[in-house]
Design a protein around this ligand. Sequence first.
Ligand code: ZN
Length: 248
Amino acid sequence: MRYLILSDLHANWHALEAVLQDAAGHYDQALCLGDLVGYGGDPNEVVEWVRANCATVVRGNHDKASTGVDEEELEWFNPVARQAALWTFAALRPENAAYVSGLPQGPIAVNGFQLVHGSPFDEDEYVLNPEEAGQAFGYMESRLAFFGHTHVQGGFIWNHSRVEVIPRTPLRIGSQEMTIDPECAYMVNPGSVGQPRDGDPRAAYIVYDSETAVVTFHRLTYNVARAQERIRQVGLPDILADRLSVGR
Ligand code: ZN
């Protein structure tokens, strides 16, 4: 089975549309690691695609904050994220809001691997460096987990009690492959579709082939200007549009 794994879409329909065109024909099933909404200007379009096409979806912190599931989370948000969450709350059509607010908490097991938004022990925890990954590996129930939340493509490998960092796809390259070694454990981050923060503004996703045990990391350019235009058009803070150009 070839899985298209998407994370942190953040209501960026133009990025998602480009990813879907790029990935068309290369996967059998789509999975989502959460943060469908928040920050971007097209929450309904993104949620409707996920509703119709993703076999398994775990919720992200923005999905909770933007639908009133977790009002405490909203308190922790910075003013820009909070403004975006409140706008999303008002903009989501009732059936889409109901879907997002009902999304399950990760981790969820799928065919021998796990899906989680943040970390296997806390859906809202950021796994950003080898130390944090070292702790997280202790909570995994399989040797392979896919996570998001940091908006950084790559992840970590537990290699005979050492944690290695999976290198990011270089800026001039569209994709790179990694073969899963059954001797190691993996936390793999597809990166963010809708708001990359790893210094590469290209949309990010992965395809995982469970038969060949190959993960392919993808990056692709999309129409950033149109996504920015939507953010400004709906009255969200300018910084949410600006950051899409730099991937920070
Ligand atoms: Zn996110």
